[in-house]
Design a protein around this ligand. Structure first.
Ligand code: FAD
Length: 322
């Protein structure tokens, strides 16, 4: 839609041009910014003009080898990231990209950083990055950088940890996370609906088991265990979550119940022996369709497998409504 209060869109080419006057905001792909009224918005600073390399490999002093995903990397570009042979977590990229409402319509423009910075509970790039223990690299206003886990970057509904004038620059994904086994479950009240809850689990190379809950909660929740927990320990941890989200896409008690069920399913799933390497190698063999190709029919078996909804044992909605 036209944003009639916007007077200027600036296109910086250098970092020192990334400054914000009162009323100005960063522009990623604009798929949210241009989708609704933005009271008080007077200007936009288009981060895509900075020409950041969408994806590059590097070494981070804290987390070791990482894949750096620029905030301006589009979801479509991320979907085209080829997997190393040992990237067991690679299918999670596809699963999360397909979890965005009408995902294929926005993939080519929406940015990974825009999704995370927006901070919607159903921000599936937040789900992906939090599951992979990614680090958010933030450009500070003094010309420096600071780093924090993506899981704590989103602090509430459309709220994040950025200070005024700061910009999300990069999301650093540890290679070890990509080598971990992951599991994925999602449910919504209707086949094309926004995520009611999205639960992932990751079994680290060191045996750590991490459940990440998004969409069902107002901010990402991570439940971490040194090793695969028992059923009761996991149930108690989920019961301790205190930020279940309530909106037209799901009641808090339903979100809590489905999240608990999914977490336990994933505990059982990842507790089984790992499939043979060829099945998890991320070579593409396990994929049901090529990278970036939209899932046109959300009720098809392929789409159901990708989105995790609805599975034969998972009701589409409480009480069987559509
Ligand atoms: C049909 C449709 C379906 C959608 N479904 C979903 C959905 O299921 N879940 C969901 O979460 N969203 C959804 N959205 C909203 C939006 O499209 C996505 O969240 C998208 O990923 C936002 O990315 P963007 O690059 O377009 O962000 P923009 O619209 O450019 O920006 C979003 C916000 O983030 C800020 N921002 C952008 N980049 C940065 C940065 N690098 N640093 C700091 N701040 C930044 C902007 O100032 C703005 O406040 C949907 C939108 C449409 C039109």
């Amino acid at each position: 839609m036209d944003l009639t209060t916007v007077r200027e869109i600036r296109t910086p080419s250098r970092r020192d041009e990334v400054v914000f006057a009162p009323g100005e905001r960063p522009l990623g792909g604009g798929t949210w910014l241009f989708s609704e009224r933005q009271p008080g918005l007077t200007g936009l600073v288009d981060l895509t003009s900075l020409g950041w390399t969408p994806i590059e490999r590097g070494t981070d002093a804290v987390s070791g080898d990482v894949v750096g995903i620029a905030a301006t990397c589009t979801i479509a570009e991320l979907l085209r990231l080829p997997a190393d042979d040992d990237w067991a977590a690679h299918p999670l990229i596809d699963q999360c990209a397909n979890s965005l409402l009408a995902s294929f319509k926005i993939w080519n423009v929406a940015t990974v950083g825009g999704n995370v910075a927006l901070g919607l509970p159903a921000g599936a790039m937040t789900s992906l990055m939090a599951t992979l223990d990614a680090t958010a690299v933030v450009w500070t206003t003094d010309g420096g950088e600071r780093r924090l886990p993506v899981a704590t970057f989103v602090t509430g509904v459309v709220q994040n940890a950025l200070e005024p004038g700061e910009v999300l620059r990069t999301l650093e994904v540890p290679l070890d996370s990509l080598r971990s086994r992951t599991g994925f479950r999602r449910i919504s009240l209707s086949p094309l609906g926004r995520s009611g809850t999205l639960v992932t689990a990751r079994l680290g190379l060191d045996g750590e088991f991490v459940v990440t809950i998004t969409a069902g909660t107002t901010r990402p929740v991570q439940l971490r265990f040194d090793e695969l927990p028992g059923e009761r320990a996991l149930a108690e941890a989920v019961a301790g979550v205190d930020c279940w989200y309530s909106d037209p896409h799901g009641a808090p008690d339903w979100r809590r119940a489905m999240s608990a069920r999914f977490a336990d399913e994933l505990r059982v799933e990842l507790g089984r022996p790992a499939p043979a390497p060829s099945a998890t190698a991320g070579t593409g063999a396990e994929r049901t369709r090529p990278h970036g190709e939209p899932t046109h029919d959300p009720r098809s078996p392929a789409a159901r497998a990708l989105t995790g909804t609805p599975s034969p044992t998972t009701p589409t909605s409480p009480g069987g409504a559509p």
